[in-house]
Design a protein around this ligand. Structure first.
Ligand code: KG4
Ligand code: ZN
Length: 375
């Protein structure tokens, strides 16, 4: 089945064409996964401005669709970029699409609507079935997608899922932090989540305090590499509690108080610190966040006798986090399956994967923006 997927839940406009097959063990070939990032537009504001995101999505969606059509050749499915993209090429592409999938939530409502409306129009014009997808399921299933956008098969094609469950799913993004107990690819129970800020949000807020640009996650990771993670003892939030919930707001506030104390400045003024101080704060904050995530995941593995750990969401791009999880999984003798690097941050290929799995289950969602949709 060829799925044309659309993702506009936040500040990335993305359209993908994914070939999906299989039932118990779905496998995917990414024909194209185009992402247009709006980072430069939102950076001066220090975060995503919903109406600007909406404006950019409206502008970018038709451009990305045409670019996808120009790359798509029917008999020979390799890409070939052509300068002029005619409506005919879009028609040819759409003729070979079996289903359109679009993110309906969670996300920014004005941004979500742009994708939904675009998908609805396409489905109507080309008489295609349309499926609404959950952005978080996209992150959860991202581990199923192959590394490359050519004919490479899914990397875990030969793994037997039957023996790899139960699994622990860890979602770490800008809006969510949650732990799932999965008894199969499609059956799970949420066992814990953040009670306040998501871990990605904490990274972004700490970056702002350290006067690092948006998005803060990669910037804090970069600064952390040059700092000493044991220089400041920030709290490990909720680690002493016997549940799987998280709280990153307290950790963020500890960073704020530390900055106030070392600079003797008011909280609402920019803190002037040395590069060394900045790197040490970044490294110590990151260590606290990663230890919390890793420890809670480890406890879940032990309690539920898990065989595998799956992770997804933008913070998965953080190498220190994946290295810590990998090491812990090795010690616990469980499989660790992070997503391929090209499908970590928001992209439509993950939406195609989750929509395909939903279609196997005959799961349908309302075609309206659901900003608070959860798992
Ligand atoms: O999944 P995602 O692309 O969008 C949401 O669904 O939220 O995640 C974005 C989040 C941002 O908070 C960003 O700062 C964080 O992922 N992020 C990182 C890294 N790269 C992105 N956090 C820590 N380290 C990174 N390398
Ligand atoms: Zn996301």
């Amino acid at each position: 089945m060829n799925i044309l997927a659309i993702e506009t839940s936040c500040d990335d406009t993305s359209i993908a064409l994914v070939e999906a097959k299989g039932d118990k063990l779905p496998s995917f070939v990414i024909r194209a996964n185009l992402v247009s990032s709006q980072i430069k537009i939102h950076r001066p504001f220090g975060g995503v401005v919903p109406n600007l995101a909406k404006r950019e999505h409206i502008k970018n969606l038709p451009i990305l669709l045409k670019r996808l059509a120009s790359k798509y050749k029917i008999q020979d499915t390799r890409y070939k970029i052509q300068k002029h993209v005619s409506q005919h090429q879009v028609k040819t592409l759409m003729k070979n699409v079996d289903m359109i999938a679009v993110t309906v939530g969670p996300g920014l409502e004005p941004a979500l609507w742009t994708g939904i409306n675009f998908a609805k129009e396409l489905a109507k014009e080309y008489k295609k079935s349309l499926l609404g997808a959950n952005h978080l399921e996209g992150h959860l299933y991202s581990f199923l997608l192959p590394q490359k956008t050519e004919n490479q098969k899914s990397k875990i094609k030969n793994q037997k899922f039957g023996i790899a469950f139960p699994a622990i799913g860890l979602i770490v993004s800008g809006g969510h932090t949650m732990l799932l107990l999965m008894t199969s690819l499609t059956k799970w129970k949420k066992i814990g989540e953040t009670r306040d800020d998501a871990v990605g949000e904490a990274y972004d807020k700490v970056a702002r305090m350290l006067q690092l640009p948006y998005p803060g996650g990669p910037e804090v990771e970069c600064a952390a590499k040059k700092g000493d993670p044991n220089s400041i003892q920030f709290p490990r939030p909720m680690l002493d509690q016997k549940n799987y919930d998280f709280s990153f707001s307290g950790l963020k506030t500890s960073v704020l108080y530390h900055l106030r104390d070392i600079t003797k400045h008011e909280i609402n003024t920019p803190f002037i610190i040395s590069e060394e101080q900045r790197n040490n704060i970044a490294a110590s904050f990151q260590m606290a966040a990663i230890e919390t995530l890793t420890q809670k995941t480890m406890r879940a593995i032990k309690q539920f006798d898990a065989k595998m750990v799956l992770i997804g969401g933008g913070v998965t791009a953080n190498k220190s986090l994946t290295n810590a999880l990998k090491k812990m999984c090795k010690q616990e003798n469980v499989l660790f399956i992070p997503p391929a690097r090209n499908v970590i941050t928001d992209n439509a290929a993950t939406i195609a994967a989750s929509a395909y799995i939903n279609s196997l289950q005959k799961k349908k969602r309302r075609m309206v923006a659901q900003s608070n949709l959860t798992l």
